[in-house]
Design a binder for this molecule. Sequence first.
Ligand code: SAM
Length: 219
Amino acid sequence: MAHKYIDNYREKGARKRLVEVLRKKGIEDERVLEAIGKIPRHYFFDETFWVQAYKDIAFPIGEGQTISQPYTVAYQTELLHIQKGDKVLEIGTGSGYQTCVLMELGAKVYTIERQEKLYDRAKWVLSAKMGYKANFFLGDGSIGIAAHAPYDKIIVTAGAPTVPDVLLKQLKVGGIIVIPVGNEDAQKMVTVLKTGDNDYEKIVLGTFRFVPLVGDRAW
Ligand code: SAM
């Protein structure tokens, strides 16, 4: 079915209400809320499911994967403290929606996805349809992307068994990684601040449920 990419008063109204829901759930960073208020999330859904796009839920995007719940996207983004010009590695492009949020905040994004169909679709929606200039990669992001390291920030959007050392090495000193860590049923959101070449400060936050990070340094 041809996708019309219409963003009218109905979608804009639903988006405004979603922003208020996220604010009530505790998202405080106005820049993150503004980005979510701006991006047409329904563009990442098949038209048949547009009505689902502004509910605060994760939703299937094919290949057994999901577009993350808006609250989760906002929560992870807030933890990254994105500054304009930050070089960000995103592991798990999925739909590309989180990529858009990062770019709206002024980040330069390198995003990697292991599922070819999702990689193709996200690249097409973001580049051809929405005009965002992210750097897309197809492959195993659990080993990072050494060729473009170091990064100011790294975000992992799938659940990992541990924080891969190789990703910590690809962070700049002063950089932050946000990654869900746990078993396949539930993960804790973990942030690690790199304070020196081999020094890290780790904070363990609330519980989430992500699809698994599958790869060489993952499941
Ligand atoms: N933030 C994304 C969004 O809103 O659409 C959600 C992505 S989804 C929860 C997680 C993605 O991570 C899936 O598309 C999955 O295929 C991908 N993934 C899992 N393991 C990966 C790996 N080792 N490298 C790259 N992508 C991976």
